[in-house]
Write a protein that binds this ligand. Sequence first.
Ligand SMILES: [Zn+2]
Length: 95
Amino acid sequence: MPEAVRVARLEFEPSGYSLWLAGDELEYLVSLDPPMCTCPDFSFRLARGRPAPCKHLRAVLRAAYWGAREEMRLPDSELIRVLAEGRPPRASRPT
Ligand SMILES: [Zn+2]
């Protein structure tokens, strides 16, 4: 039984760079390359020296393979801010 984690893909234009949001409120920023999640669980695993995908990363991997359910397109200018703040854009609304 797969964990129910909400996932949305952010696609930035015109670069085509993509990032993911995951979590009940899409509160975590997830990257596949390199594999990274901003949730406490992922940080904890890293700090313990046992890097392993958290449930968000696993959900994003599934969505990347099977197709994302939610997608957002944002200008590249937003990408800078998302990366700098390490969290999703406040005004983002899944389409
Ligand atoms: Zn996570």
